[in-house]
Design a protein around this ligand. Structure first.
Ligand SMILES: [Zn+2]
Length: 354
């Protein structure tokens, strides 16, 4: 029987030499170490041996088994290594080639400009106040000194969401960020410990506005606005000019020239529009500024007493100023974009330029 074991070992080692791949290896394992292999049959017969024979045969059988298992393990490793080397060679992976880039998204140009504006205002001490996009007629118009049928409403064609039984106070998509002025003033005055002594306000109101316009290269039904509001005691038109000129310098450069022109808005009195020197031609006159040398960037004015009162601020004691501007308009001027529809057309050829 010891002779037989030596033979089994020899056969096994010999057979293993011709094994080339994993399938053959599995077959070899079954043939030489499997349940019905000659080796395992010897283990099965151990019990039938005499007490003298059994230890020597058992020891020798275990030794053979250890030898065969050992070479099996080595062969397995060798086969795997060979397979890996083969696949590397065949697929000719060049690890020095640059990988395929991951397509990174980016912020929309309007968002970028909005953040640029808010960063500057934050440096100047303004807090951001966000307000809702669906508003009541009362908030969007009436409390801002646009009574029903006021002709100034014609400048802001409106999307009505729900009229029905709401009478003179239908729901609508806000046409301006200004209703946030009323909400911010009311929040501040109602939160004040003494309602007669509300705190000063210095906020920026960013967000999307909607108007029922015919969509053309110059007008869209949605656009962003950033509005500023300052309310306090002894606030004058000089504060308005100082703040907005400082803003223009931070936005367009320290040497930018500015000018104010008289204008009209129902919720400010007096009202003005502010121009900056055309940054395309430096004031000499070009297509962008229509040869005027100036670009209009915002509308502004002293907060109307009626609006202050509606916000819970006594106009006899408090005064303030407000202004509104459009990030998309600033981008159009800066990058000579001639079609406002590009902003919401979702065309990557346009968006990826920013
Ligand atoms: Zn110009």
């Amino acid at each position: 029987m010891l002779e037989k074991l030596k033979e089994i070992e020899k056969d096994g080692l010999k057979a293993l030499q011709s094994v080339q791949n994993e399938t053959e290896l599995v077959a070899w394992r079954v043939a030489h170490l499997g349940r019905n292999s000659p080796l395992m049959q010897i283990f099965g017969k151990l019990g039938a041996l005499s007490m003298q024979e059994r230890p020597a045969v058992g020891h020798a059988a275990n030794f053979t088994k250890t030898v065969l298992e050992g070479v099996l393990l080595e062969k397995e490793k060798a086969i795997k290594a060979a397979a890996l080397a083969k696949s590397l060679e065949e697929e000719s992976l060049d690890v020095t080639l640059p990988g395929r880039g991951v397509h990174l998204g980016r912020l929309h140009p309007s968002t970028q400009q909005l953040r640029r504006v808010l960063d500057i205002l934050a440096e100047m001490g303004f807090q951001v106040y966000t307000s809702r996009e669906v508003e009541t007629d009362e908030m969007n118009f009436q409390l801002l000194n646009f009574p029903p049928h006021h002709p100034a409403r014609d400048m802001q064609d409106t999307f009505f969401v729900e009229a029905g039984e709401r009478g003179d106070n239908p729901l609508l998509l806000r046409t301006q960020t200004s209703p946030g002025q009323i909400r911010a003033m009311r929040d501040a005055s109602r939160a004040a410990l003494n309602p007669d002594n509300p705190p000063p306000i210095r906020i920026a109101l960013p967000g999307m506005c909607f108007r029922y316009e015919q969509i053309t290269a110059r007008s869209e039904i949605q656009f962003n606005q950033v509005e500023g509001l300052v309310v306090g005691e002894n606030i004058t038109f000089a504060d308005l000019k100082g703040t907005l000129i400082d803003f223009a310098r931070r936005m367009f450069g320290q040497n930018v020239r500015t000018r104010f022109r008289a204008s009209y808005f129902p919720f400010t009195e007096p009202s003005a529009e502010m121009d900056v020197e055309c940054f395309v031609c430096g004031g000499k006159g070009c297509q962008v500024c229509k040869n005027s040398g100036w670009l209009e960037i915002l509308g502004c004015g002293m907060v109307h007493p009626v609006v202050l009162e509606n916000g819970g601020y006594d106009p006899a004691r408090y005064s303030g100023f407000a202004w509104g501007m459009g990030p998309e308009r600033q981008l159009m001027l800066r990058y000579k974009i001639d079609d406002i529809r590009s902003f919401w057309a979702n065309d990557l050829r346009f968006l990826e330029q920013f």
